[in-house]
Write a protein that binds this ligand. Structure first.
Ligand SMILES: Nc1nc2c(c(=O)[nH]1)N[C@H]1C(S)=C(S)[C@@H](COP(=O)(O)O)O[C@H]1N2
Ligand SMILES: [Mo]
Length: 211
C-alpha cells in the first residue's frame, strides 16, 4: 500500500509551486535557496518499505551499456569501496550537512559497464516500485555512489538499505532507496515524482523543484 495522502499532498505542492523563493543562491553558499538545515535525518518515501535483506538483494545494470551486469551482495562487496562526505537536500525543504557514506562510486561502476555513446540518462528502479530519472552526466559525477554505509554503520532499512544511490548535487528524490536496477537510456523518461509534477533534472541551487 502506497502512502496516498503523502503522494497527493506532494503532487499538490508541485501544482501550487510551493516553497519556490525565486532567489538565486551563489554557489559559495552551502544551503540552497528555500532550504533549512536539520540535524536529524527524516525518513521520506512513498510508504512501501520493501524489507529486502542482503541475502536476496541483487543489482542489475541494463540498457545501453556494453557490459550489462548483475551483482549479488557478495559481488557488490568485492567491488572497490570508497568513502564520501556530502550534504543532502530534500525538496520538502530540509538539508542535512556532512553525511559520511561508504560504497561503490558510480564512476567505478561506469568503468565496468561502459555506457554506449547513445546513453544519456539513467533510470533508477527500486524494490518498492519507485523510479527516478537522472542525466548520465549527473550520475557520473565524482561524488555519486551506491551507498551501503552511513556514519560507519550499515544503511538502515528505513533509509534505503541494503543499498541506495546518493547523488548529492540533486534533490534527494533523485537518489533511490532500495536500489534494484539501473537502466541506461537515450531518451529521458519521467520517474515516480517526475510524473507527478516534479522536475526532470532537480538542481537545488536553481530550485528545479517542479517542472
Ligand atoms: N525507493 C525509493 N526511493 C526514494 C523514495 C521512495 O519513496 N522510494 N523517496 C525519495 C524521496 S522523495 C526522498 S526525499 C528521499 C528520502 O530519503 P530518506 O528517507 O533516507 O531521507 O528518498 C528518495 N528515494
Ligand atoms: Mo522528497
Amino acid at each position: 500500500m502506497t502512502d496516498d495522502k503523502l503522494i497527493a499532498a506532494k503532487q499538490k505542492w508541485a501544482r501550487d509551486g510551493r516553497l519556490l523563493t525565486g532567489a538565486a543562491a551563489p554557489p559559495a553558499q552551502r544551503l540552497p535557496p528555500g532550504q533549512r538545515r536539520v540535524e536529524t535525518w527524516p525518513v521520506l518515501d512513498i510508504g512501501v518499505e520493501p524489507g529486502v535483506s542482503t541475502a536476496d538483494w541483487t543489482l542489475e545494470v541494463f540498457g545501453l551499456v556494453e557490459a550489462p551486469l548483475k551483482w549479488d551482495w557478495a559481488a557488490f562487496q568485492r567491488q572497490k569501496q570508497t568513502d564520501f562526505l556530502s550534504d543532502i537536500h530534500c525538496v520538502t525543504a530540509w538539508s542535512r550537512f556532512d553525511n559520511r557514506w561508504r560504497g561503490v562510486a558510480t564512476r567505478d561502476l561506469l568503468d565496468l559497464v561502459r555506457p554506449k555513446a547513445q546513453a544519456r540518462f539513467v533510470i533508477q528502479h527500486s524494490f518498492d516500485g519507485y523510479t527516478t530519472n537522472v542525466p548520465l552526466a549527473a550520475f557520473a559525477d565524482d561524488d555519486v555512489l551506491l551507498a551501503h554505509e552511513w556514519e560507519g554503520a550499515p544503511l538502515s532499512l528505513a533509509h534505503g538499505g541494503p543499498v541506495r544511490l546518493i547523488l548529492p548535487k540533486l534533490y534527494l528524490w533523485k537518489s533511490a532507496k532500495w536500489l534494484a536496477k539501473l537502466e541506461f537510456v537515450a531518451e529521458d523518461r519521467a520517474g515516480f515524482w517526475e510524473q507527478r509534477g516534479y522536475h526532470m533534472n532537480g538542481d537545488p541551487w536553481t530550485e528545479e523543484r517542479y517542472g
